[in-house]
Design a binder for this molecule. Structure first.
Ligand code: ATP
Ligand code: MG
Length: 389
């Protein structure tokens, strides 16, 4: 029997008018991810994709790669049989007769509604045939938690048989939601926040503010490692490294210390907006989490937002730390993020940072700075690194 992967969408089927757009993006992304892998073809049939494997296919490697493609709900390693019931029965018997199981069920999904039998009738006819032919093995049909589930998918002129649904990455295909600039540090939160928006189809452009030589080179290396990890999901990434030490020194020298972190953040946001314009991005993204640290109170978030020309997304705003850590483990950024690091914002911060900043007061402090010049300088001296899988 010929082998296929049958690939089911996550939510694409819900997007009626845009369905082709989503499907085409998904196909493009799968082709990019599987570049260099051996298979015969990938094509769209009603409501799903099928990928024909061949004898040179490295199935484990292909499945491993597919697990990271957003937009896939689940996929199945399948055998191609025939919608002809006699052939279908025999093929299934052939496939399961050497498997060890005591209970089983048949679960049919029929997308071809002109097929003469209902799904339930197929289940019954095939179930009976299996019982009849494996009489000597004392097996039985069990609908709840059977040892073996045999899935049948009848679609167009195909009938696929499989025994396992492999969970996909969910979300929407890469490139269906436009670009977002992520402010990434080497902590736990911002990489997880980036992953969550990537999963919703956004292309992420990374932007890190670095304070070398005051902070170690290792903290930049950690950010690069994180971007590299996240690039597994989008295949290509850009990281802007923006020198921030001079800006911090100016702020410390001229402004009220208890507002330092808020002043840093507002300049970070302005710089990130410049990157967004350059990149054609439509929003910024941070790992902020309500109440986690002094700069993340509602009052301070409000004052920070007021300098932004784009919406700022904060997908982790309502998460508990434990939930964030679990996600970091799942996407394998945990280890790098738990390495000890110095962050630019842990430098020169006062013991009692303001938790309830007022815009007026912050703007008075900003008047003491030549912000335009600071921004121009930082943009002139920033570096860009490209990553690809
Ligand atoms: P994280 O775990 O992402 O570092 P955090 O809990 O340490 O977050 P903060 O240090 O207050 O919180 O940072 C809040 C957000 O500001 C970060 O999630 C990130 O989006 C952004 N940010 C902080 N420092 C930097 C930096 N050096 N470069 C880029 N973005 C930063
Ligand atoms: Mg941090």
């Amino acid at each position: 029997m010929e082998k296929f992967l049958v690939i089911h969408y996550n939510e694409i089927s819900l997007k009626k008018g845009n369905r082709n757009f989503f499907e085409d993006k998904l196909i493009l992304q799968i082709k990019r991810v599987l570049a260099g892998q051996a298979f015969d073809f990938l094509k769209k049939i009603s409501g799903r994709l099928i990928l024909k494997l061949n004898e040179r296919s490295d199935v484990a490697a292909i499945c491993g790669k597919l697990k990271k493609v957003f937009g896939i709900g689940y996929f199945c390693e399948s055998f191609l049989s025939s919608p002809n019931l006699k052939i279908l029965k025999e093929d299934i018997l052939d496939l399961i007769k050497n498997k060890k199981f005591e209970s089983f069920k048949i679960e049919t999904q029929r997308s071809n509604k002109s097929y003469p039998l209902t799904s339930q009738q197929v289940n019954e006819k095939i179930g009976e045939y299996i019982l009849e032919n494996l009489k000597n093995r004392k097996i039985k049909v069990k609908l709840k938690n059977p040892d073996l589930t045999c899935f049948i998918e009848i679609v167009e002129n195909y009938a696929f048989i499989y025994f396992e649904k492999i969970k996909g990455a969910g979300g929407l295909p890469q490139g269906t939601s436009g670009k977002v600039v992520s402010l990434i540090s080497s902590g736990f939160d911002s990489p997880v926040a980036s992953y969550l928006l990537m999963r919703r189809g956004a292309e992420i452009v990374f932007c890190h503010f670095e304070s070398t030589p005051q902070t170690s080179i290792a903290s930049i290396e950690n950010v690069k490692k994180l971007v590299k990890k996240l690039t597994e999901y989008q295949l290509k990434s850009k990281l802007y490294l923006i020198p921030f030490l001079e800006i911090q020194k100016e702020i410390i020298k001229n402004c009220k210390l208890d507002l330092a972190v808020i002043l840093y953040r507002r300049i970070m946001v302005r710089l990130a907006c410049e990157i967004a314009k350059k990149e054609g991005a439509r929003a910024l993204l941070t790992g902020d989490n309500l109440g986690q640290v002094a700069s993340q109170t509602l009052e301070n978030i409000e004052v920070i937002n007021q300098t932004a020309e784009f919406p700022i997304f904060r997908p982790l705003i309502g998460f508990d730390k434990e939930e964030i850590i679990n996600l970091a483990r799942k996407i394998s950024t945990y280890e790098v993020s738990s390495a000890p690091y110095e962050d630019c914002c842990s430098l020169f911060i006062p013991r009692h940072p303001q938790t309830k900043a007022r815009l007026e007061e912050v703007e008075t402090e900003e008047k003491k700075l030549d912000i335009e010049k600071m921004i121009d300088m930082a943009i002139k001296r920033m570096k860009i690194e490209e990553f690809s899988l």
